[in-house]
Design a protein around this ligand. Structure first.
Ligand SMILES: Nc1ncnc2c1ncn2[C@@H]1O[C@H](COP(=O)(O)OP(=O)(O)OP(=O)(O)O)[C@@H](O)[C@H]1O
Ligand SMILES: [Mg+2]
Length: 257
């Protein structure tokens, strides 16, 4: 379970208030989609939940554990695929995976089994002896996905994970997301691909200018808009309305407090 309560964050460098009183909840057993235009605050929100950035105010927790006051305990429950797959280019892929498994204290047999499963599914198993610097963008992403699951986290957070993946890998990734949610874990991902969000998400949130303008199921979104349109149409309408009538956020569509 991932929960943010009234979280705000400004960047000192640009003075931009990237996140403004944001609250959301992604529950156990669901795939939660996080949608919003470029610069809306998705990556900033994800960096707060993963402990990369500290919030200015408000609270973020994983399975009820505060990410600021109990960072180690929170990180144990977190697998994170960032929007940038660049990691340790001088290491061989196996060395990197062993390093991550060591950090989380995953026993040898388990790490081998998990790497075989995920790297096998994503078809990078045969490349694991090579240096990461020699990998294509998509291969680095697949490695990051494999590394993010090595400790079998209860919360899996992915920032635009489909970008740069080939169709088979994107399909397998979606299967993995579904399987983990079906096991009762939480899967939270940002995307610009409305068709993916429409097909994959159990619930979703739409963020615009640092505020949540909708949170709930696609059916709830349709009913609040009185429309049976596609998610793409609903998204465009909602973000357009938000731009037109200023900064006031629309209340949640049946989502969390
Ligand atoms: N390191 C930074 N320093 C200063 N401002 C930043 C920084 N990172 C993001 N911002 C600003 O914060 C706001 C939110 O950015 P963020 O990266 O969270 O958006 P996003 O929703 O992930 O966008 P995208 O869809 O393009 O990935 C933007 O106005 C951006 O300019
Ligand atoms: Mg982003």
């Amino acid at each position: 379970m991932i929960k943010l309560s009234d979280v705000s964050k400004s960047y000192a460098r640009s003075g931009v208030k990237a996140i403004d009183g944001l609250s959301l909840e992604a529950r156990n057993g669901e795939i939660f989609g996080f949608l919003g235009p470029n610069g809306a605050g998705k990556t900033t929100t994800i960096k707060i939940v993963t402990g990369v950035l500290a919030p200015d105010s408000g609270r973020a927790s994983l399975d009820g554990i505060d990410v600021v006051s109990e960072p180690m305990e929170a990180k144990r429950r977190l697998g994170y695929v960032s929007d940038n797959p660049e990691v340790f280019s001088k290491l061989r892929a196996w060395e990197y995976l062993n390093f991550v498994a060591d950090v989380y204290g995953v026993p040898t047999a388990l790490r081998q089994e998990r790497v075989a499963r995920y790297a096998g599914m994503l078809e990078i198993k045969d490349a694991l002896d090579a240096q990461i610097g020699s990998f294509s963008h998509g291969m680095k992403q697949k490695l990051q996905v494999t590394a993010s699951l090595i400790h079998d986290p209860s919360n899996w957070i992915l920032d635009e994970p489909m970008v740069g993946l080939d169709p088979m890998a994107a399909f397998r990734l979606k299967e993995l997301m579904r399987a983990r949610a079906d096991e009762g874990k939480t899967v939270f991902f940002s995307t610009h691909v409305m068709e993916v969000a429409e097909r994959v998400c159990d619930r979703l949130a739409i963020i615009s200018k640092g505020r949540i303008i909708f949170q709930g199921t696609l059916e709830e979104l349709r009913s609040t808009r009185g429309s049976d349109g596609t998610l793409e149409n609903l998204f465009l309408q909602l973000v357009d309305d938000e731009g037109a009538d200023g900064a006031e956020a629309v209340p949640n569509g049946g989502g969390a407090k």
